[in-house]
Design a binder for this molecule. Structure first.
Ligand code: UDP
Ligand code: MG
Length: 318
């Protein structure tokens, strides 16, 4: 029997939650009455995540695991899950139970109605810091203004995609991946289900500020050139202003009225312009760095080991 639904669960040091996440996912997926697989992607965890998942794989033929050789990041882990998923529909869900597995049933209903992408929209976020909530709120709105791609507000990667969409995403080889944007870019018939984002079941966030910033920069640079355009506008306006000022200075000198020792203004102008120039160079650097990443033909991730797939196309599941 073909697999109905593949559920992808990226994990980075989630030893405290896996067992519980597995139980809840299994309970939900058993209700569907269809065949399913749970694909855990171990994104280079250094705690007991690997052991715990391996034990689950041994006792449940629905479960598979992919172990990365090191930490490649959340978005890459999701992408690897898609590469291995065999289901007619594919669900992506966080390991920490912030996305309630029960919502998958609603997503499957929508999918059966004919939608090819069903994303979860968080109408409320519980147990997250004010900082996280405000930065996320701002980020999605800024991104929305910068890009022409339709990326729905306040959605994470918790979503269901059809096999067709999964195949499209698998064919996109970009390295700095922003999966929720890629799904938006792919198009297809999309709809949403609303949910309340719960508190993390256990453990702490695996998204420190450093990863959040990189994630945001990936999102913006992958889906918008506007920062480059803004950079060139700002550069243009500033150089025009400085030419005007140069003219004023020369006039002052030639007409010899008041060439006062202008230390303060020179320093201020220097600091201002140098600051702006460095900032604009930084924006360009963000893009150039990413172009460089894309030109290196390195694989997106490296699999150290995997388990549970031997049952995938054998008779075991049917
Ligand atoms: N994650 C991952 N690799 C990473 C960071 C996170 O696979 O480098 C996983 C993590 O285990 C979780 C999901 O991505 O399943 C979302 O991470 P987290 O819950 O820590 O982020 P938050 O909800 O705080 O934004
Ligand atoms: Mg979380």
């Amino acid at each position: 029997m073909a697999i109905g639904c593949s559920v992808i669960v990226p994990m980075f040091n989630e030893e405290e939650v896996i067992e519980h996440t597995y139980t809840r996912l299994k309970r939900v997926m058993d209700v569907t009455g269809e065949d399913y697989e749970l694909i855990f992607v171990n994104d280079g965890s250094s705690d007991r995540t690997a052991e715990i998942v391996e034990a689950i794989v041994r006792r449940d033929a629905h479960v598979r695991v992919i172990h990365f050789s090191r930490n490649f990041g959340h978005q890459v882990a999701i992408s690897a899950g898609m590469d291995y998923a065999a289901g007619q529909s594919v669900v992506i869900i966080d390991a920490d139970l912030q996305d309630p597995p029960e919502i998958i049933l609603e997503m499957l209903d929508k999918w059966k109605e004919g939608y090819e992408v069903v994303y979860g929209r968080r109408i409320k976020r519980k147990g997250e810091t004010v900082f996280k909530k405000t930065t996320a709120l701002l980020f999605y709105r800024v991104l929305g203004r910068l890009t022409q791609v339709d990326i729905p507000l306040d959605t994470g990667d918790f979503r269901l995609i059809d096999r067709k969409v999964c195949d499209v995403l698998k064919g996109l080889k970009e390295k700095n991946r922003f999966v929720r944007g890629l799904v938006g870019w792919a198009g297809f018939r999309q709809t949403q289900v609303e949910y309340v984002r719960e508190e993390r079941y256990a453990g702490v966030t695996k998204y420190p500020l450093r990863k959040m910033l990189r994630f945001a920069a990936d999102g913006i640079t992958s889906f918008s050139h506007k920062p480059l355009k803004i950079a060139s506008y700002v550069g243009f306006v500033l150089s025009l202003t400085s030419f005007v000022y140069l003219f004023v200075v020369l006039l002052q000198k030639w007409l010899a009225f008041g060439t006062v020792p202008g230390w303060a203004s020179i320093v201020a102008i220097n600091l201002f312009f140098n600051g702006i120039v460095l900032m604009l160079l930084g924006v360009m650097g963000e893009y150039i760095g990413r172009i460089y990443d894309e030109t290196k033909e390195r694989p997106l991730y490296i699999v150290r080991d995997k388990a549970g797939f031997e049952f995938a196309d054998g008779g075991y599941l049917s």
